[in-house]
Design a protein around this ligand. Sequence first.
Ligand code: CA
Ligand code: CA
Length: 116
Amino acid sequence: MREDASGSLAASIERAIANENGGDGIEFEENASGNQSAAVDRSATDANGQDGVEFDENGDGDLTASVSRGSSSSNAVSGLRADQQAPGAGTLALTSLTLAGYPPGIAVVAAGVTLT
Ligand SMILES: [Ca+2]
Ligand SMILES: [Ca+2]
């Protein structure tokens, strides 16, 4: 899911199965100015070639993300990735997740983002 140029991205995904893709399982990308507000609930994003779920907020704007009640295991790069570029603030809320099959520090990777 991608929003380019000015404007914000607000999206939620529920009950999805996004396993065994070559790239990311689910990706949210918000470019240029604008905020990203994105949520994934009750979904499986396992065994993908890159990240299970990636949140990318590029440029001006804030990132507000959540992942709840699902699994994101055994992905090749990381389970969950959240990048919030300056300026702006970022939060990623995690609730009731299975994140298995990673070496230390790879299950959740966040830059410019506070984990809650
Ligand atoms: Ca934008
Ligand atoms: Ca930003």
